[in-house]
Write a protein that binds this ligand. Sequence first.
Ligand code: 3EB
Length: 323
Amino acid sequence: MPELPTTLPPLRIEYSSDAPTALLKRADVLAVIAFEGTATADADPRFVRIGLEIIGDPVVEVWRAKGPVNMGREGRVCWSSDGDYGFFAIEIEENTEDGIAAAAEHAYRDLVSVIQASATPNVLRIWNYFDAINLGEGDNERYRRFCVGRASGMSDSRQDRYPAATAIGRRDGVRVIQIYALTARCAGVPVENPRQVNAWLYPRQYGPIAPTFARGMITAAGQLLISGTAAVVGSASRHEDDVAAQLDETITNIASLIRTAVADTSAVPGTGSVLKIYVRRRADAARVVTRLREIMGVPDGLVILHGDICRRELLVEIDGIHV
Ligand code: 3EB
């Protein structure tokens, strides 16, 4: 068998106002991620619709690989792949009283087993969305219970191999966990942020099981996948009740991650970045966008979503990709 190269062509991630059904007709489309307010598509394993309100123009996120893309379903997991990259998605209902932890564990077990059996077994990045993320007190908060279940479902992962991730709360009242993953034929290199405690080493006060994600992941194509990033310095949340200061801190964190990843002390987010901003309060959206443009100019792509961040005091979070 000829040996496959250990580098990958870049994955193109962009926002599009084209109809999902038109996008899905293209043979190089790996995934289309829509939000509330964007049109639905016919049942296609490459299509997910996340129940977050999009603030602004109704665009969808499109992932384009080299193609051609194969796709299918394996139990509850939907997948697609062009041999270099894989897209895997699962939606799991929360059933019992301890629904969220059990559902997260099942979702991760199913997802990981299908991914590990695939030609693209290296998990680069995972997105997690579920309802009412801050409901419940102390260790009963739904985000913390989710972290417990996720860690059980990922139990065979090594700490230095956690994927980059996002976990955001929906407000649609639908008790279904929505998870999707980007995987690849070649492993990526996880990156941690020197301004922040590694999330998987967070102290006990933030929950019984620390969140299992890396701050970023450099792909074999040299692209940096940026985890959900907020105004966390060390392990503490900063600038309570001040969305502008939280945004500035978040962008400082992202700049620090990018500089660590590319070993270039002048690198900044902006050109070359495709970003999502999650705002807890709808009314903050315009201010956040104005401030973001002041700081970083115009990124290559930008979407604003109305979603809850995993700690109550956090008002804004940003994730994305930087090339
Ligand atoms: C933080 O820095 C903010 O649990 O998967 C960001 C990205 C956050 C991912 C996750 C949580 C997660 O801790 C929260």
